[in-house]
Structures are given as C-alpha cells and as structure tokens.
Design a protein around this ligand. Structure first.
Ligand code: GRF
Length: 219
C-alpha cells in the first residue's frame, strides 16, 4: 500500500492537524505526514506533531524583510519534503506565487465558510450579521486569490437562533475535522486533480463541490 504524502502548514492550535494524526493512527487514513511547517514558533500544533513523531519546522514570517523572501523560503521547505499534497490547516498567511507556482494543483485549504461566501476572516460573525440560516466549511484548491480557488468539498451546519460567533465556531470545529479527514480520504482512494481551475475526480469533472452529509464519508 502506498501512503499519500502530505505536508501540513499551520499557524496555531492544530486541531485539524490532530484530526489527521488521529485518523492515521486509527487506520482510517493511509497518509504519511512528511513535515508540519508553522510560521509561528508558539503554534500548539507543533507539539501535537512532535508527540506523533512528525518532523516540524518553523519559518517565522517576521524574520524576513519582505513577503517574497518568506515565500521563497517556504516554497523551498515545502518542495524539499516532496509532498503529493500540501494541506493548509489554519495557516494564516497569504500564499504568494513563489509558493503557488511550483505547487499549483497540489495545495488545499480548509476555510470556515460556505465558499464563495465570506472569504477572509471573521466568517462566523459575518454569517450571523447576514442572518444566514446555514454556515459551514469548505476545502478548496489554493489559487492566487484569497480563499478563491475551486471548491472541492463542503459541509453545512444550521445556524441556531441564539448562536453567537463563539458557539457557531465551537459547533463547526468538529465538523471541520470530519470534512478534512473525509476529503483527505478521497485523495487516498481516488485520483483528484485540479487543472485550469476545474476539479476532476477519477477523470470526471466536478460540477459542484462534494457535500459531506452527517455520518457519511465522501468516498
Ligand atoms: C479552522 O477553523 C480552519 O477552518 C481555519 O483555521 C482554523 C484552524 O484551526 N482556516 P486549528 O488550528 O486546526 O485548530
């Protein structure tokens, strides 16, 4: 059996990284996490990785005089790990062309909204302010546009009448873990490709994002 080789980029807590580590440990996911890279030395996800025996690397964006220098270093670090797929799991930096170009079609990002709604930050409050009855999470291929690349998979949750941004975020978090694990599972079982802004699963063009239903898998 060949393992899907991932490199995971984080900036913080790393609960989504933990979901991947756990799914690998319990045999659900045939993955190998080559390295976890963080732009912050204090990211809790780094210790989660270390506890699981995964190599870690910190590339502190503040240590670089400009974005291009940081991006070049980041690109070199990622490419050195030879990943099939790069997973942005709470990585709070914009990905520039230096990183994207050599990795085009091989980077996915987890975003807490039903894209194309609410790119960027503060998605929970924006959904509440708009009076949305549903919120959710999306996994998309990374493009030059922030949170703008083709969407591969989504999961929806209801917005409850007395939700605030904290309760909505707390209810979405475990669902994001499910979405990420299920989407990575899809990559381990199928040929998932992104070309010219279109997604193909086993050669068939995806006409809309795959919707993960409660208690189901995507593949
Ligand atoms: C998640 O909400 C994800 O959607 C967003 O950042 C958060 C990361 O959480 N991009 P964690 O660090 O995995 O706990």
């Amino acid at each position: 059996m060949s393992y899907l080789r991932l490199t995971v980029l984080i900036s913080g807590n790393g609960s989504n990284l933990q979901a991947l580590i756990d799914a690998r440990a319990n045999g659900r996911l045939g993955i190998e996490i080559a390295r976890v890279i963080s732009n912050r030395a204090d990211a809790r996800g780094l210790s989660r990785a270390q506890s699981a025996g995964i190599p870690t690397q910190v590339i502190d964006h503040l240590a670089f005089s400009g974005r291009e220098d940081f991006d070049r270093e980041l690109a070199n670090a990622i490419l050195a790990t030879q990943p099939r797929l790069v997973v942005l799991a709470g990585f709070m930096r914009i990905i520039g062309p230096q990183v994207l170009t050599p990795l085009e079609g091989r980077m996915i990002n987890l975003h807490p909204s039903l894209l194309p709604l609410y790119r960027g930050t503060n998605t929970y409050q924006r959904a509440l302010d708009a009076g949305d009855v549903q919120h959710g999470a999306s996994i998309h291929f990374v493009s030059e546009e922030l949170d703008g690349g083709p969407v591969l998979s989504q999961l929806r949750i209801p917005v409850l009448p007395d939700d605030d941004s904290n309760s909505l975020a707390a209810r979405l978090a475990p669902m994001e873990h499910r979405l990420l694990v299920s989407t990575i599972e899809l990559f381990t079982r199928h040929d998932v490709e992104c070309r010219d802004d279109k997604i193909y699963v086993d050669g068939k063009k995806l006409s809309r994002p795959l919707l993960l239903q409660p208690d189901e898998h995507l593949s």
